[in-house]
Design a protein around this ligand. Structure first.
Ligand code: FA5
Ligand code: MG
Length: 466
């Protein structure tokens, strides 16, 4: 969030609020005081308040994911952000965010099996990032005057629709569908400052787990207690628990939540990792925490979590249950895991970056190697293979390319191969990526090497250029 004071790499969350006794975090508009809580299901039409007007959009309609929306004075989506909606990096095969998503899902599947040994958690990774303000804020008890609602902080389609600013926006709809254990993975959008660990589009994994009294007691059946654990009591809110929750139930949930998240972090980074829990504030959880780990000599915030506000479970139609939730940043985890020094690199379409993650083995140890800052030149070559009888192997071609292009060849990939029935010939097409690590290689220079490769392939490998 631009303008928020940071503590090392720890950004103040737009969804957190400073509360007395917590780490001081100041907003650019000065200290923020909590507003009275909004009634559950408050409609977004009640939200405007003293929000600065945004210049009206030039066109009356805006097209987002093949749907037209009327624009209004809140519309602030830019073409650059709209273009990111189709990227879905978390689902792109061979992308670091997709590899780490699969590791998290596997961990959660193993950690929480059902009584038949199947995964308890369902995974929702294709939900549209277009949500209502009611989903993103009201359903999560975010007060009408909360700074995260300002057009300067989020991307609005209009006063009703926006791009989700966190995956928590889907909590209530999935609970209302009857789900008790689920993960949401997706791209989220915030008008955040851009630096090495902040980007306006990033990816989160949300985890939600609900339990009723029977579930809680079955879960801790082995403990030495002789009386069943009660979930609810008529009490008052304390820093360590909600008014309606018992201390016992809160502590059990806190233990399970932190055990789950620490287990995940250790699964990814090994057990000798330096971490710390920091008390936090979110309108939709209490108590709440953030987990920070050491990254490049500083504390970096990886996730927010907490015991779900009971009002949410009432709204979700399951007042008899209690639950925990977390939201973690995929980029931050992937930066640490693969030693990617800058969050902007995830958006690179440079094959020098992507080819480093081309694996189906999610446990493969990959350490990112910096890609040359000079541009690539990409040339394709297609030829008919020699007729049956003469030997040809792709490896011969790879060797030939390397012997001619040397270190200027960054990559050679077979991109297409087919058999022509009439001609009775096989065809191969290779893509050669040229790049210098020392200077900008011009397309003319690349063409010259490419031409030489064509000639040598024809004479030495007996192929016929198409
Ligand atoms: C949230 O988004 C809450 N919805 C998390 C949550 C879920 C709390 C469920 C309680 C229960 P926060 O704004 O702190 O919280 O973001 C969560 C994580 O997203 C951060 O810890 C960080 O890892 C990542 N993150 C936040 N902002 C950015 C950004 N601009 N760029 C990259 N990652 C970010
Ligand atoms: Mg945060």
């Amino acid at each position: 969030m631009a303008g928020l004071l940071r503590h090392g790499l720890r950004a103040a969350s737009p969804f957190s609020w400073p509360t007395p006794g917590l780490k001081a975090v100041r907003h650019r508009c000065g200290p923020i005081r909590p507003a009275p809580p909004v009634p559950a299901r408050a409609s977004s039409s009640q939200t405007p308040g003293p929000i600065p007007a945004h210049p009206p959009a030039s066109s009356a309609q805006i097209r987002v994911q093949e749907r037209d929306y009327p624009t209004d004075d809140w519309t602030n989506l830019t073409p650059q952000i709209l273009a990111r909606l189709d990227r879905r990096l978390h689902l792109q095969a061979g992308h670091p965010l997709s590899l780490i998503r699969r590791r998290i899902v596997r961990y959660m599947y193993d950690k929480f099996p059902n009584y038949r040994g199947h995964p308890l958690f369902s995974v929702h990774d294709r939900l549209s990032p277009v949500v209502t303000l009611a989903q993103n804020y009201d359903a999560l008890l975010v007060p009408p005057q909360h700074p995260s609602r300002k057009p300067s902080d989020s991307y609005y389609i209009n006063r009703t629709w926006m791009l989700r600013a966190h995956t928590s926006a889907h909590q209530i709809e999935l609970i209302q569908m009857g789900l008790d254990n689920f993960l949401v993975v997706g791209d989220v959008y915030r008008r955040d400052a851009i630096d090495a660990s902040h980007y306006p589009v990033f990816h989160q994994v949300e985890g939600v787990r609900l339990l009723d009294a029977a579930g809680v007691n079955a879960r801790w059946a082995g403990s030495l207690r002789d009386t069943p654990i009660q979930l609810f009591e008529a009490g008052t809110e304390k820093p360590h628990k909600q008014a309606g929750h018992t201390v016992d139930a809160t502590q059990l949930l806190e233990w399970e939540l932190k055990d789950c998240l620490l287990g995940l972090i250790r699964d990814l980074f090994g057990s000798d990792l330096q971490y710390r829990w920091v008390d936090a504030y979110f309108p939709f959880t209490h108590p709440s925490w953030e987990l920070e780990i050491q990254y490049q000599g500083q504390w970096m915030e990886m996730l927010g979590c907490g015991i779900m506000r009971q009002e949410l479970l009432h709204q979700g139609g399951v007042p008899e249950k209690i639950g925990w939730a977390f939201g973690l940043g995929l980029e931050r985890l992937a930066m640490k895991l693969y030693e990617i020094p800058d969050i902007r690199i995830f958006w690179s379409q440079d094959s020098g970056f992507l080819s480093q993650f081309q694996t189906d083995d999610i446990d493969q140890v990959i350490k990112y190697k910096a890609v040359s800052k000079y541009p690539q030149c990409i040339n394709d070559i297609s030829f008919w293979l020699p007729q049956e009888g003469s030997e040809y192997s792709s490896n011969d071609f790879f060797d030939l390319v390397r012997s001619i292009g040397g270190d200027l060849v960054e990559q050679v990939v077979l991109v297409d191969s087919f058999y022509h029935e009439k001609k009775q010939k096989h065809s191969h097409c290779y893509r050669i990526v040229y790049r210098s690590t020392e200077k900008t290689l011009t397309q003319e220079e690349a063409n010259e090497i490419h031409k030489h490769i064509e000639n040598q392939a024809t004479s030495r490998l007996k192929v016929q250029i198409r």
